[in-house]
Design a protein around this ligand. Structure first.
Ligand code: SRM
Ligand code: SF4
Length: 517
C-alpha cells in the first residue's frame, strides 16, 4: 500500500488525539498538571495538547518548556514585556526569549509547576498564548510600522487584533477553531512594501484599489513544509477592510470542515485548493460568507522594495520617530527585555514592536528625546546600524531547543557572520536566513542566501550540513528562492559563503593588515 492509502485507512495519530479530547481542554487541568509535575502527566497532554495553550514540551530540554505568545501585528507594551522578562528571569541560565519570524515572542525554560501563576500574570497584563501551536491559526502578522508610516495605505493594527479575537474568543480560547486539519497562517499588509511576506501565508490580504476605493486583494494557499513549498495564489477576490474578519472566518470554516486530514503531509490549505480547484474553493468561501466575492483589483498597490526598518525614521506624526534596533538572531535575555521595556516607556509611549526579521521597533520617540535614546548603552548590542551581513541575518531556533533540527543554527549563524564580516566588505545588506531543517521556520526561500540544515557526508562520515537556497526576492514581485547546492558540510561552509558573496553580492575581500613584530 502507498503511504497515502495507508493514511486513508485510519485516522492519523494527531486526528485521533484531537478526537479523544480537544487540545483546549487542558486549560482546565493546569492546576493539576502543576501539582503532579511534568513527569507524571499523560504523555499526549504533555507533548501535544499543551500546545493549544502555547506551551511546548521540549524533548531537547525535558521539563523546561517553551511558551509561544500571540502578539497581533507584533505589538507588545512595556508592562507586558517586563512581565515576560520576569518569567524568564526566574529560570536563571535556562531562561531566555526569542523573537520569531511571525513578529512574535517565545519564552524558554518554563516549568510546569509555574504555569497557573504565569497564566494569571499574563491575563493581568492582557497577554495570551492560546492556540499558538499545533492545528491552530498562528500569530496574525501585520505591518510593523502600521500607524507610523507616512506612506502607508492602511493601518493593519485593529484588524489584526479583531482577527485574533475572532479566532481565539478574545484570547480565552475558541472551540470553533481548535481543530483545523493543520496549522494556518494569516497576514495583513497595509504598506507598500509587503513587509510581512504575504506570499508565504495560507491567507493574506494585500493592499489594492478598486474603483478608487481601498481594499485588499486576497491570496491563498502559501506555505512551506518539508514536503512542498508554494507561494500563495490569488483568490481573485477584493475585500473591503470591513469584510476582512468575515472572510477570514469563512475561509477558516471551509478549511476546517473540508481540509484534508488523512495525511499530515498533505493537509495545508493548498492541498485542498489543489483537490477542489480554485473556482470551487472560491465558491465554497462565498457560500460560507453568505455573499458573492468581488473580483480582484487588477493590480495590487505593493510597489516598493521591502524595508527592514532598522535605523531612525520620521513618523507621519510631526516631531515623532520610530527607531529600529537590530537584535542578533532575535535572542533576548531577561535584562534585555527589561531594558527594552524601559526604553519604550522612557522615550516612547510604552510600545515595542517586533518585525518578521526578529528585530525590535520602538515607536513614538519625540525629536527632543532621540539623542538620549541613541546614547543608551544597550544600543551598542542592539544596533541601529549593524554591519551589512548582520543586518539581514535571520535564524530559526535550531538544535539548541528544537528536536526537529538537523543542525545548530542561531549560534552558528552568528559565528559565521562574524567571520565573514572580518573577511569581506559589503556595500549593502545581504539577507541570510538559517533554518535547522526542511520545515523552513527560518524562511530560507525568501532569503538572498538561505541555509537549510541537512545531513551531509564528509570523508565517508555523516556530518552537519546545509542545502543552499538562492534567489528569494521580497517586497514587490516577491518570489521564492530555490535550492542551488545540496549537502555542504557546515565545516566547509565559510569559503562557499565567501565565494557566493563575492560572486553575487559584490563583496570585496578586506585588505589584510600585515602587522610586523
Ligand atoms: Fe515553525 C514546527 C519554530 C515559524 C513551518 N516551528 C515548529 C516547531 C513548533 C517544532 C517543534 O515542536 O519543535 C518549532 C519550535 C521550536 C522552538 O523551540 O522554538 C518551530 N516556527 C518556529 C519559530 C519559533 C522559528 C523562529 O525561530 O522564528 C517561528 C514561530 C512563529 C510564531 O511565532 O508562531 C516559526 N514555522 C514558521 C514558519 C515561518 C512563517 O510562518 O512565516 C514556517 C513556514 C511557513 C508555513 O508554516 O507555511 C514554519 N514549523 C513549520 C513547520 C512545517 C509546517 C508544515 O506544513 O509541514 C513545522 C512542523 C509541523 O508543523 O509539523 C514547524
Ligand atoms: Fe525547528 Fe526545523 Fe523549525 Fe528550525 S526549521 S525551528 S529546526 S522545526
Amino acid at each position: 500500500m502507498t503511504e497515502d492509502a495507508i493514511a486513508k485507512t485510519s485516522l492519523n495519530k494527531f486526528e485521533k488525539l484531537k478526537k479523544e479530547k480537544d487540545g483546549l481542554a487542558v486549560k482546565a487541568e493546569l492546576a493539576q498538571f502543576a501539582s503532579i509535575g511534568w513527569e507524571a502527566m499523560d504523555d499526549t497532554d504533555r507533548e501535544h495538547r499543551l500546545k493549544w495553550l502555547g506551551v511546548f514540551f521540549r524533548p531537547v530540554t525535558p521539563g523546561k518548556f517553551m511558551m509561544r505568545m500571540r502578539l497581533p501585528n507584533g505589538i507588545i507594551n512595556s508592562q507586558q514585556l517586563r512581565t515576560l522578562g520576569e518569567i524568564v528571569e526566574n529560570y536563571g541560565d535556562d531562561g531566555c526569549a526569542d523573537i520569531t519570524t511571525r513578529q512574535n515572542i517565545q519564552l524558554r525554560g518554563v516549568r510546569i509547576e509555574d504555569l497557573p501563576d504565569i497564566f494569571n500574570k499574563m491575563q493581568q497584563v492582557g497577554l495570551t498564548s492560546v492556540q499558538s501551536g499545533m492545528d491552530n491559526v498562528r500569530n496574525i502578522t501585520g505591518d510593523p510600522i502600521a500607524g507610523l508610516d507616512a506612506d502607508e495605505l492602511f493601518d493593519t493594527r485593529e484588524l489584526a487584533s479583531q482577527i485574533q479575537d475572532m479566532i481565539t474568543g478574545n484570547g480565552e480560547g475558541n472551540l470553533e477553531f481548535t481543530n483545523l486539519p493543520r496549522k494556518f497562517n494569516i497576514a495583513l499588509s497595509g504598506g507598500r512594501d509587503n513587509s510581512i511576506h504575504a506570499e508565504i501565508n495560507d491567507l493574506a490580504f494585500i493592499p489594492a484599489y478598486k474603483d478608487e476605493q481601498f481594499g485588499f486583494n486576497v491570496l491563498v494557499g502559501g506555505f512551506f513544509s518539508a514536503k512542498r513549498c508554494d507561494a500563495a495564489i490569488p483568490l481573485n477576490a477584493w475585500v473591503a477592510p470591513s469584510d476582512v474578519v468575515a472572510v477570514c472566518r469563512a475561509v477558516l470554516e471551509v478549511y476546517r470542515d473540508n481540509g484534508l486530514r488523512a495525511n499530515r503531509q498533505k493537509s495545508r490549505l493548498m492541498w485542498l485548493i489543489d483537490e477542489w480547484g480554485l473556482e470551487k474553493f472560491r465558491t465554497e468561501v462565498e457560500k460560507q460568507l453568505g455573499k458573492t466575492l468581488v473580483s480582484a483589483a487588477e493590480k495590487d498597490a505593493i510597489d516598493w522594495e521591502k524595508r527592514d526598518h532598522i535605523g531612525v525614521y520620521s513618523q507621519k506624526q510631526p516631531g515623532l520617530n520610530y527607531v529600529g534596533l537590530h537584535i542578533p538572531v532575535g535572542r533576548l535575555f531577561a535584562q534585555d527585555m527589561f531594558d527594552l521595556a524601559r526604553l519604550g516607556e522612557v522615550y516612547g509611549n510604552s510600545e515595542i514592536r517586533f518585525s518578521v526579521e526578529q528585530n525590535v521597533i520602538i515607536p513614538n520617540i519625540a525629536d527632543s528625546r532621540l539623542k538620549a535614546l541613541l546614547n543608551e548603552p544597550i544600543l551598542a548590542r542592539f544596533s541601529i546600524d549593524p554591519e551589512p551581513l548582520m543586518r539581514g541575518l535571520v535564524s530559526c531556533t535550531g538544535a539548541q531547543f528544537c528536536n526537529f533540527a538537523l543542525i545548530e543554527t542561531k549560534n552558528r549563524a552568528l559565528k559565521e557572520i562574524a567571520f565573514l564580516a572580518q573577511e569581506l566588505e559589503l556595500s549593502r545588506p545581504v539577507r541570510i536566513h538559517w533554518t535547522g531543517c526542511p520545515n523552513s521556520c527560518g524562511q530560507p526561500q525568501v532569503a538572498d542566501i538561505g541555509l537549510m540544515g541537512t545531513k551531509a557526508r564528509k570523508n565517508g562520515k555523516p556530518v552537519e550540513g546545509v542545502d543552499i537556497y538562492m534567489g528569494g526576492t521580497v517586497g514587490k514581485d516577491a518570489h521564492l528562492g530555490t535550492c542551488v547546492t545540496k549537502g555542504i558540510s557546515c565545516e566547509d561552509l565559510q569559503p562557499v559563503l565567501r565565494d557566493l558573496l563575492i560572486e553575487h553580492f559584490q563583496a570585496k575581500p578586506r585588505e589584510k593588515v600585515l602587522v610586523s613584530t
